[in-house]
Write a protein that binds this ligand. Structure first.
Ligand SMILES: Cc1cc2nc3c(=O)[nH]c(=O)nc-3n(C[C@H](O)[C@H](O)[C@H](O)COP(=O)(O)O)c2cc1C
Length: 203
């Protein structure tokens, strides 16, 4: 994650990246993920109304220098409508409450990861962060329909030469693969994790 930006791509370049990022998988090819790109004055409005401007001013002031914010949005209705179609209706997923795993969030998160990877690929910087407080205050300001959720905001810009890692990963170590990669079952019969060990902390 980048938290100090210095300049950034054009709006057109960001729109091109969004066009690629949106090609994430989606359940039933429902395609209920949307990007709302905020550039120039819209970006400034976002920082004001969301409270993110005040929060980052204290914690990571360089975030305000990003050139665009992309809100990654998930529309549950696209999923319940899709799963009401003849080839899906027998799954019993035509109302939101029936979804054990809300795939509109799954799919939007995958699209957000695409966006982050594409920014890396272009040697830009990006930061994914959650909306603070009541997200509806921000979403209403930009005309986002009531049913639509925001899974995260992605700040985009060029990484400042002075940018240094500053988030939680600087104070917490990465968990070992043997803690989170399980083989066969969650816990081995001996009581330890049923995983595998590696000496490389980055694996
Ligand atoms: C759902 C989500 C919400 C996050 N919210 C914030 C945030 O509000 N502020 C922030 O500075 N970083 C936020 N992050 C970034 C994480 O702190 C960061 O990805 C993690 O510490 C790993 O750091 P690295 O990606 O730089 O390795 C968020 C990440 C995710 C996935």
């Amino acid at each position: 994650m980048t938290r100090t930006f210095s300049g950034g791509p054009t709006l057109h370049e960001v729109l091109e990246v969004c066009d690629v990022a949106r090609r994430a998988p989606s359940a039933g090819f429902s395609q209920g993920c949307h990007f709302l790109v905020l550039d120039g004055p819209d970006k400034e409005t976002f920082f004001e109304v969301s409270g993110a401007g005040t929060w980052f001013a204290r914690r990571s002031p360089g975030v305000r220098d990003c050139t665009q914010i992309v809100l990654v949005l998930a529309d549950p209705d696209a999923y319940t409508d899709r799963y009401s179609e003849p080839d899906k209706i027998d799954r019993g997923l035509s109302t939101r409450e029936t979804w054990v795993c809300p795939y509109w969030l799954t799919d939007a998160a995958m699209a957000a990861q695409n966006l982050l990877l594409l920014c890396e690929d272009r040697r830009w910087g990006a930061l994914l962060f959650g909306l603070h407080g009541d997200p509806r205050v921000t979403l209403d300001r930009f005309g986002v329909p009531d049913a639509v959720h925001c899974v995260g905001a992605v700040a985009i810009g060029h990484r400042s030469p002075g940018d240094r890692p500053s988030g939680s990963s600087t104070v917490r170590s990465r968990r070992g693969a043997n803690e989170v990669v399980h083989v066969g079952r969650w816990v081995s019969p001996s009581g330890g994790p049923a995983g595998f060990a590696t000496d490389d902390p980055e694996v």
